[in-house]
Design a protein around this ligand. Sequence first.
Ligand code: ADP
Length: 311
Amino acid sequence: MSIKVNNLTKYYGNNLAVDNISFEAKKGEILGFLGPNGAGKSTTMKIITTYLPPTSGTVSVDGFDVEEKSLDVRKKLGYLPELNPLYYDMNVVDYLDYIAALDGIPKSDIRKKREEMIKVCGLETMRKKDIGTLSKGFKQRVGLAQAMINNPDVLILDEPTSGLDPNQIIEIRNLIKKLGKEKTVILSTHILSEVTATCNRVIIINKGKIVADGTPEELQGRSKGQSLVILEVKNNCDKNAISGSLKDIRTVNKVEFVKDTGDSFIFNIYGDKGVDLREVISTKVNSQGATLLSMQAKHSTLEDIFRELTK
Ligand code: ADP
């Protein structure tokens, strides 16, 4: 079960929303679409789910072209759209039964499928409530339940945790991770922690273009950022001498004196990307006769790479 996107371009009038992107997503992948607002994430999802035609390029889901075989594509996928359109005057049970019938689930199976979704999405206490009266979090769960009721092989989730409280976010992320083992999942987010928490692959999209594609770890490694060590030494030494000797290290680019805490000096030491400076710093500090109190290596985060790529 795969999604193949080839040279996809989408214009709204003269506005280029998606600019010649290509990628593939396979079963077992939870692919995160990460990008600032207006990057083209929702547009790409709307094309994959057949709700919008591409301007050029092709998209297929399990071999079915989204334009030529849109009904086959729709049968394969569950979609949680950005604005999660729901029927507010229906209760949860009636709404899910209605969606199940629309999805072509045989009448005799509808009850079982609906109950499965109510359990998986934690909707037991809301079953007879009108959707319009539910909190944002529960509405989102109903949206997820409708996307999954037909047990689709592909799930396309546009900002699935938006508007949820921290507990709900964790529950929904766990649910997506569980589902992701059996399915192909694409989710969009502008929240960086979301992709590290949920996705095993990330595509960073900016101004309609893919600017990075890899595992969260790979992308962090690709950051142009420098390595950073925060050093604390006892203040019974000459801070200028320490600073000078640290600057002599070949892989050190910059030494910043941060503060005198009263009994210690704190420095930020910047070095070449990917270099762990701790051992060489410890040797230098010892050779200066200073007392090393602590050292902390800071790694570049996905946030660093996101900023570098989308600024
Ligand atoms: P994202 O989901 O990353 O926030 P979108 O795909 O919604 O981005 O939008 C990409 C670009 O397309 C933006 O410039 C947006 O203003 C434009 N856009 C989105 N939907 C429409 C539309 N229906 N008509 C015209 N322009 C649109």
